[in-house]
Design a binder for this molecule. Structure first.
Ligand code: AMP
Ligand code: MG
Length: 506
């Protein structure tokens, strides 16, 4: 039987343009700059199929011309979106898509709406002196890390395609240029509200509020205080998201308000990286001199960003000013408790604990383990992944592999394992069942920095995509036991980690 014409995937994008239609003033129509000599880096077949697109056709020459900005696909209305934002605490009234363009939105077979956007497609009116371009390395980095996040079950924008442009972009050294095609639940961000609030555009804010609710929180359409209801919803999503980041040791690196989505997806894979040895103060970004966006600061920064969102929403609350401020403040002050609930759930998942014991006790058990990882400089990922082995051996203590990571800290580890096993014994279910759950919660494979760098280096300097492909395949199966003992699961050697820095993709 063949698929009927109505349900057959279509190669072009069945674009809609709700953002452009409803949010005049928040964008300028613009065109991508055609790449001179495009070449495929990678097409994401799996994502294309999920979106209901004709993956096989898009993966060919027609797709290459589209993703290189040479052919604007039928129905696309490219726009550069306007937004503002706090960058490292300082406010810019106008940022905007300086090297990105939204082509339009597609509805997937489940009726979910996705933005399709370019990054690196040339300068726009928001480029502020930048060249509007992106380089092969950062584009493939976003591909890898966003796919890893997706495979880990963490909400994220995704990469549909990466193409090399045949152009040289000038950074600290000349680099091959590239364009990334990103999909997102939307590109609406805290900075979108800030753009209108900075201009005192209350009508615009009301329109934006209605639009965001219709798109991301349709259940709130009839809320008595839509602005407060939306704030609460965004807070929940961000708390849930940051708790997941903290669980896997992900450091975003540039949590500016223009890089915080209202959808709750991770966006902007510039200087991000995964922590190896657990250390709350870890910072990778070369421009984060004061550690504003260090690992342990992320939950607090999320709250700070949400307070900035709350400030913009004050302008559209149908309440006396004093009451509006009071209620918004109370809500933002609730953030630590909201976050804590998600973080506890994440910790319990990682430790195989069911929600049957005292929350404070479980949180201290988890905190004590994190402190042990820190003290003994244990790899965050393996420190959690290998815990399940201690439930499988039948022997009372740590397995040799886990103890190896703790070295002289093994007696402290043994003491903690005793407490943990005692706690596990008080909940229903067998130990091997807890071990199964833990292996589905604690990845074995994350995109390790030294492997990511090696893959990007090979792709950028030798146009060799082999290491990228191999790493991509590995990070797409993060919970698989198969890569144990392979390079994909191993931490970097100390000399590879020391002084590791990441750079914004600019
Ligand atoms: P980001 O740090 O990637 O979130 O970018 C912050 C702002 O700088 C956004 O407005 C970007 O569009 C802009 N930007 C970053 N890189 C470039 C570039 N190469 N050319 C033009 N604008 C850029
Ligand atoms: Mg950004």
């Amino acid at each position: 039987m063949t698929a009927s014409a109505a349900t057959a995937p279509v190669w072009h994008f069945p674009f809609d343009h709700s953002y452009a239609r409803e949010l005049q003033g928040l964008y300028v129509p613009w065109q991508p700059q055609p790449a001179p000599a495009p070449r495929w880096l990678r097409f994401n077949h799996e994502l294309a199929r999920d979106l209901g697109l004709d993956a096989d056709r898009l993966a060919g020459d027609e797709g290459l011309a589209v993703f290189a900005g040479q052919v604007v696909p039928p129905g696309a209305q490219p726009i550069a979106q306007a937004y503002a934002g706090h960058q490292f605490g300082g406010f810019s009234t106008q940022l905007g898509d300086g090297r990105a363009l939204l082509l339009g939105e597609v509805l997937d077979p489940q009726g979910r709406r996705h933005d399709i956007a370019f990054k690196g497609s040339g300068p726009t009116p928001f480029s502020r002196g930048g060249d509007g371009k992106a380089a092969v390395g950062p584009v493939l980095r976003e591909f890898l890390i966003s796919e890893a996040m997706h495979a880990l079950g963490i909400p994220t924008t995704r990469t549909l395609a990466a193409v090399a442009t045949g152009e040289t972009v000038r950074r600290e050294r000349p680099l091959p240029g590239a364009v990334l095609t990103r999909t997102a639940a939307s590109h609406l961000r805290v900075g979108t509200f800030q753009f209108l609030a900075a201009r005192g555009d209350v009508d615009g804010l009301r329109r934006l509020l209605r639009y965001v609710i219709a798109r991301h929180d349709p259940a709130l359409v009839d809320a008595r205080e839509p602005a407060l209801a939306l704030l609460r919803a965004v807070m929940e999503r961000q708390a849930a998201l940051v708790a997941r980041w903290m669980g896997v040791g992900f450091i975003h690196g540039v949590m500016n308000t223009d890089n915080m989505t209202l959808s709750g997806e991770t966006i902007d894979y510039g200087p991000c990286a995964f922590m190896e040895a657990h250390d709350p103060d870890t910072v990778f970004s070369s421009i984060d001199h004061h550690g504003r966006y260090a690992y342990a600061n992320q939950p607090g920064i999320a709250q700070w960003n949400l307070a900035r969102l709350a400030e913009t929403l004050l302008l559209v609350m149908d309440l006396p000013e004093e009451e509006a401020v009071e209620r918004a403040t109370a809500l933002v002050n609730d953030y630590p408790a909201i976050y804590q609930a998600y973080w506890l759930a994440e910790c319990r998942r990682k430790l195989g604990l069911l929600d049957t014991a005292n929350a404070l006790d479980d949180q201290s058990l988890a905190n004590d383990y994190l402190e042990l990882l820190h003290t003994w400089q244990v790899d965050h990922t393996l420190g959690f992944r290998l815990l399940s082995t201690a439930l499988r051996t039948g022997s009372p203590g740590a397995t040799p592999t886990l103890a190896e990571h703790f070295g002289a800290g093994t007696p402290a580890l043994e003491a903690w394992l005793g407490r943990w096993k005692h706690r596990l014994a008080q909940q229903p279910g067998r130990a091997d069942e807890a071990a199964e759950r833990m292996d589905a919660a604690n990845p074995l494979v994350i995109p390790r920095n030294h492997l990511v760098e090696a893959a990007l280096e090979a792709a950028s300097t030798d146009a060799d995509l082999g290491p990228f492909e191999a790493l991509l395949a590995a990070i797409r199966r993060p919970f698989d036991a198969a890569p144990a003992g392979t390079v994909w699961a191993q931490p970097a050697a100390p000399e590879q980690t020391r002084g590791y820095q990441t750079f914004c993709g600019t």
